[in-house]
Design a protein around this ligand. Structure first.
Ligand SMILES: [Zn+2]
Ligand SMILES: [Zn+2]
Length: 342
């Protein structure tokens, strides 16, 4: 089988690897779709991010779906041919955090395509993937591409739970890439009354409007959020998806007292306007990955309650993986680029 392997920055190869056999409780999946994520792009363009660096070749990818091709012993709830979304979240189930019900904080997390631990955790961009049946959520009724969107959608569902009550809230989303636009969908589904989206790119803001943002603000106008900062602010919740300090600072000014900041963007450490956070009694909450939200993401898409289709802008065959990574790296072209494995 072929797999997409990153060696160092800009050295991406399609390699031939051995196919594994599914063990007890596992299934073999014939991969159908794989979405290229920001973290894959960091490995591709820079060989890592922050202190996380590639130290050995690693298969990329963690946003995947496929068809069940073989069943391991004891698997009864899946059938050959089923389309499944495959969760890349693989907590150990036995450490303190897993036992406390915080599996996304597992000490021994084996999240696909991550160079955080060494040896690196190999990813899922491979024609055949052996996964636990418990990672697979049946995705009948969805396209393979939609099923592969379950992963980034889960990130934003988790963030929405971190934000707390959403019903009737006024929401600001800063940064309108895939996570920002999916946050708009998630916030709306959770009951947000008004959603304003902000970004530097008019094109990104077009996607934000297409998925339901009520208003958009172009942050290349530095004062774009100033009208929302009057009377101690407008918004109850900020989804900060850019990882850029100016967006966070402008967002904080536009939050009302007791507002909640959910930080999703990972752009490195930054200085915070601590005076405003303190005086407005703001809550600053991180949000990282997901676990049980994965099945919810599939269910919401199947029920037609969240439509991710407008965000899938490019689908390229496996043989054009390199081109797919180049397109995905160009925000002027791509929102979500996926690779079709079959
Ligand atoms: Zn991702
Ligand atoms: Zn654990």
């Amino acid at each position: 089988m072929k797999a997409i392997v990153i060696h160092t920055a800009k050295d991406l190869r399609i390699e031939e690897l051995e196919t594994e056999k599914p063990g007890p409780g596992e299934v073999e999946i014939r991969l159908a779709a794989g979405g290229i994520c920001g973290s894959d792009l960091h490995y591709y363009n820079h060989g890592g991010f922050g202190t996380v660096r590639l130290k050995e070749p690693m298969i990329l990818g963690h946003e995947v779906s496929g068809h069940v091709a073989a069943l391991g012993e004891g698997v009864s709830d899946l059938a050959i041919g089923d389309l499944v979304a495959v969760s890349p979240s693989r907590p150990c189930g036995a450490c303190d955090y897993c036992l406390k019900g915080l599996p996304n904080h597992c000490f021994h997390m084996r999240f696909y395509g991550s160079a955080m631990p060494f040896p690196h955790i190999q990813g899922a961009f491979r024609e055949r993937l052996v996964a636990k049946a418990s990672q697979c959520v049946k995705a009948e009724g969805l396209s393979a591409g939609e099923a592969a969107m379950a992963e980034p959608l889960s990130v934003t569902l988790h963030a929405t739970r971190r934000a707390g009550e959403m019903l009737g809230k006024r929401v600001l989303v800063t940064g309108c890439g895939p996570i920002g636009t999916l946050s708009i969908l998630a916030a709306r589904r959770a009951g947000a009354a008004e959603i304003v989206a902000a970004d530097l790119s008019e094109r990104a803001l077009g996607f934000a409007r297409a998925v339901g943002a009520d208003r958009t603000v172009n942050l290349s106008d530095r004062d774009g959020l100033v009208p929302f900062s009057e009377n101690k602010g407008t918004f109850d919740v900020l989804y900060e998806c850019s990882g850029a300090q100016p967006a966070l600072v402008a967002g904080i000014q536009a939050l009302r007292p007791r507002g909640v900041i959910v930080q999703l963007g990972l752009g490195g450490d930054m200085a915070l306007p601590m005076m405003a956070i303190t005086a407005k009694e703001l809550d600053l909450r991180g949000s990282f990955r997901f676990h049980e939200e994965f099945a919810t993401a599939v269910k919401l898409m199947q029920g037609g309650l969240i439509d991710v289709k407008p965000l899938i802008t490019h689908t390229l065959p496996l043989g054009e993986a390199l081109k797919a990574f180049e397109i995905a790296s160009d925000k002027g072209q791509s929102m979500k680029t996926q690779i079709a494995f079959a």
